[in-house]
Design a protein around this ligand. Structure first.
Ligand code: 3HC
Ligand code: NAI
Length: 691
């Protein structure tokens, strides 16, 4: 027996304790341990009932995700569940912490379940690109009915003990220590006070209406994904087949999910969210943050203040004029109301938020962390930063700048060690990404505080070095540029947007541009005009024409699209502008197919991402993936640009870049890291392990 599973006997009760920290994932040792423990207790004559419980934080958090895609090792989880269900003695389970995925499947294979309050139960498999493959799609509907099982399995919704009881997934809810609860429940089985039964014997009412409704919903909402649809097929089979036959079909569908590239992408995304926390500053002690200041109550400042209030922090919001402050306060109030409507916050919590507002920066006194979100202008920012430093000596001062050089800003401060970038994304109370930008002088505990704050805000922090645009915006500039050039060369903007949506983004670059406002990019192009690389083609000519006409996107009613009607239509003036530009530059219009558009867009993204990794701006390739997954709407099932780079392969990418270089040699250049990988082998995934 593996040491992660221990047995003990107390009178007629055989206990199986699971002890595989941190979360009792059902890896090989745990699986083998359960089977060996069952055999041993089944052969122990005095044992009349067996109780399974978890040590530590949880019962079982699911299959060991790290084993997916590797050669399977006996016993598989379905076999473990079948052995439990088939055991001649009653087997019960006690669920605490997490009983998720394979953990819940083990539980529903036992003959009765007791949930300890606070446990989360659910089937998160579709978030990982698989389906419950150890009987969840077959035993789940037997216990909870087809409709409830479909809901849990296709949405990954996590539920608590009481709801699980109401659904029939567990038989009893209680409080207490798992081992004590296991002993008490086992005694109740012996005394006939807790009934046991085999799930396989429960009859299912087929529910074709629920199956049909779920299929319709998924076709609308999850068309891109493979595994949710396979889940419905499997649940449908549960009602039609005896358990053994249903399990065999479930197994085949599970294997199809495992083999799908979406599974690899989604699991990469799962680990990306956790990998980014592994930073050199992880051992530094975060400073306490009890009161947060935000300067600037525009789009970002109001959103950041909302995020902090939602997490329960007292916030001081400072602006330069009463009018701007009133606008900001109204935005925060609207955001909080929205949070109440969406169930993110109770009305009582909203009414209790601690928000102070001021036009006098002195109100920031006493804040231990102040975030500036004023205009993106170096002079404005440095003036504000030194004012904050004067009012809040010793506080951590953070900038939300999108592009500006933190090392230059730090020169305005006497204590650059306290200065850091906290780059939120719009809308800041919704988007999960925060880039924690580390300047030359930033102290490790200040970086650690940025990460701790992001965690308290429910966000994903990614460490970035200083460069123009940091990790995300720098890479975005590259693929935006590729999109602009395709449009200049004659591919319609709506075709580019459609191709990018087809790739899996919620919006294409031109739709996104209209939403964010074209004036920001226009200002940046003017700022960069003097330093622009003369070897690279100028990509902004068409956008400049729109901006010169006063069309900044949705906020002016027109930009790339005309937004005056119910649905946006391409700006009717674009063909005329294009013709003039193409004639002036001697361009021959060229129409790209969707696959050609996507190849350029994706390759531009990967090309710049590779440089960001090569230069050490991102700690690892997986950090870049996290930035794009949590801040830029990159399709989760594709794992991120660096994961895609490995899917395509360095050789293929280098060949693509060389081919595109004939169109624009100043832009398309093979990064050294990619050239080396193409020549010597290796992958970005290898770098994730090394760094
Ligand atoms: N397999 C392997 N490692 C896992 C894991 C799993 N199922 N679940 C969590 N871990 C690891 C994490 O990667 C992390 O490792 P790290 O410290 O090296 O980064 C560590 O355990 C702690 O995890 P968290 O930081 O997420 O801890 P929290 O306390 O915040 O959350 C949790 C705990 C709620 C259990 C959360 O980890 C979680 O949701 N885990 C995923 C559960 C899941 O998806 N299970 C289904 C697996 S698929 C399956 O079972 C298929 C079956 O049908 C055949
Ligand atoms: P905004 O123009 O909506 O808001 C800026 C606010 O700062 C205004 O309300 C203005 O009155 C205020 N302000 C200016 N000078 C001030 C001063 N001296 N003291 C107090 N308040 C002052 O701009 P937005 O979009 O909120 O951007 C703010 C910062 O966030 C910029 O650095 C921007 O680059 C960055 N950012 C913007 C994102 C976006 O999507 N809009 C995303 C991420 C970062």
């Amino acid at each position: 027996m593996g040491e992660v599973v221990r047995t003990s006997v107390e009178g007629a009760i055989g206990l199986i304790a699971l002890d595989n920290p941190p979360v009792n994932a059902a890896g090989h040792d745990l699986r083998a341990g359960i089977v060996a423990a069952l055999d041993r207790l089944a052969d122990t004559p005095e044992v009349e009932v067996i109780a399974l419980y978890g040590e530590g934080r949880s019962f079982i958090a699911g299959a060991d995700i790290r084993e997916f895609g590797k050669p399977p090792r006996d016993p598989w989880l379905p076999e473990v569940c079948n052995r439990i269900e088939g055991c001649g003695k009653p087997v019960i389970s006690v669920l605490h912490g997490a009983a998720l995925g394979g953990g819940l499947e083990v539980a529903i294979a036992t003959h009765a379940r007791v949930a300890i309050r606070g446990v989360q139960l659910g089937f998160p498999e579709v978030t990982l690109g698989v389906l419950p493959g150890a009987g969840g799609t077959q035993r789940g509907p037997r216990l909870a009915g087809v409709a409830a099982a479909l809901d849990l399995i296709t949405t990954s919704r996590r539920i608590g003990a009481e709801e699980a009881l109401a659904l029939g997934l567990v038989d009893r809810v209680t409080g207490g220590d798992p081992r004590e609860v296991a002993l008490a429940a086992a005694r109740d089985v012996l005394d006939g006070r807790l009934a046991t039964r085999r799930t396989k014997d429960i009859h299912i009412d087929p529910d074709p209406d629920s199956i049909e409704r779920t299929r319709e919903t998924l076709a609308r909402t999850q068309a891109h994904l493979f595994s949710p649809h396979a889940c419905v097929d499997a649940v449908e089979l549960a009602a039609a087949l005896p358990l053994e036959a249903g399990l065999a079909r479930e197994r085949a569908l599970f294997q199809a999910c495992i083999d799908s590239p979406q599974r690899a992408g989604l699991i990469h995304a799962f680990f990306a969210e956790r990998a980014v926390a592994k930073i050199p500053e992880a051992t530094a002690q975060p400073r306490p943050v009890t009161r947060i200041g935000v300067v600037g109550a525009g789009t970002m400042g109001a959103g950041i203040a909302t995020a902090c209030l939602l997490a329960g922090f007292p916030v001081v919001l400072a602006e330069r004029s009463p009018e701007a402050l009133a606008r900001g306060e109204a935005t925060v109030a609207r955001n909080l109301d929205g949070a109440v409507t969406r169930g993110k916050m109770t009305a009582e919590a909203r009414d209790a938020v601690r928000l102070a507002t001021a036009t006098d920066m002195a109100a920031l006194g006493g804040c231990d962390l102040v975030i500036e979100a004023v205009f993106e202008e170096m002079a404005v920012k440095t003036a504000v930063l030194s004012e904050i430093a004067r009012i809040c000596p010793g506080a951590i001062i953070a900038t939300n700048t999108s592009y500006l050089d933190l090392n230059v800003m730090a020169e305005a401060l006497d204590a650059p060690a306290n200065f850091v970038g906290l780059h939120f994304f719009s809308p800041a109370h919704v988007m999960r990404l925060v880039e924690v930008v580390v300047a030359d002088g930033t102290a490790p505990e200040v970086v650690a505080t940025g990460f701790a704050l992001a965690r308290r805000l429910g966000k994903v922090a990614v460490r970035s070095g200083v460069c123009d645009g940091f990790i995300g915006n720098r890479i975005m500039s590259a693929y935006r540029r590729a999109a602009d050039i395709m449009a200049l060369d004659g591919t319609p903007i709506e075709a580019i947007d459609a191709a990018v949506r087809g790739y899996g983004f919620a919006m294409g670059p031109f739709e996104m541009g209209d939403l964010a406002g074209l004036d920001i990019g226009w200002a940046a192009r003017k700022r960069q005009a003097a330093t622009r690389d003369p070897a690279a083609r100028y990509h902004g000519a068409l956008a400049d024409r729109l901006c010169e006409a006063g069309w900044f996107g949705r906020k002016t009613g027109r930009g790339w699209y005309d937004h005056s009607g119910d649905t946006p239509v391409p700006n009717p003036d674009i063909p005329r502008f294009l013709k003039e530009i193409q004639e002036a530059e001697g361009l021959t219009p060229r129409l790209l197919r969707a696959d050609e558009i996507v190849a350029r867009y994706e390759t531009a993204m990967i090309m710049e991402a590779a440089r960001v990794v090569e230069e050490g701006i991102a700690l690892r390739p997986i950090d870049v993936d996290a930035v794009f997954l949590f801040g830029y709407g990159f399709p989760r099932w594709k794992g991120g640009p660096m994961h895609q780079a490995d899917v395509i392969g360095a050789g293929g990418l280098a060949a693509r870049i060389e081919r595109f270089a004939s169109e624009d040699p100043g832009f398309w250049r093979v990064p050294g890291i990619l050239r080396r990988m193409a020549r010597e082998g290796g992958s970005f995934s290898d770098l994730n392990r090394e760094r």
